[in-house]
Ligand binder design. Sequence first.
Ligand code: S3P
Length: 172
Amino acid sequence: MSKNIVLIGFMGVGKSLAAKHLAEKLQRPVISTDELVVLKEKKSIAKIFQDHGESYFRKIESGIVAAIADKENVIIDCGGGVALNSHNLELLKKNGIVFYLSASPEEIYKNVKDQTNRPLLNTPDPKNKIKELLEQRRPFYEKADYVIDADGKTGEQLCVDILMLFKKFSAN
Ligand code: S3P
């Protein structure tokens, strides 16, 4: 069995892009927790937040994590809040190596400013919200097995960085 590659980190750091490149390179499927939540609820994430609130979303998200954590040889693209729940991370670490894609608030803002699909950033001052949330979340994200500096990197570059560490890990 080869371990899963699990990507965590803040919204807009490039997790999904990196996952896509990794999938092509390794010929492995990608599982996106966000996509599975949307499929299960048959609603967009924005609509789930609007109709039921964040804690409902987190409950569904944790259920998805529990359902997929036992898989093997896959790439798991986690929504930005998955790692805030230590049980989620524990489950994902059983079969997976966890990579935290870390970017500066400025880079994140640049990447998300033209998008409207992230309810947590739908505020009058998203720049400040990113800073605030990132400060709160950093200690959780840093529980990953590896931290990758994602600032200014393309999906392809992230993929190269992740694979280098993953191969090193797998050789041991
Ligand atoms: C969230 C990140 C989003 C999505 C939801 C909440 C978060 O996923 O799960 O909007 O709390 O950081 P992405 O990180 O893929 O944008």
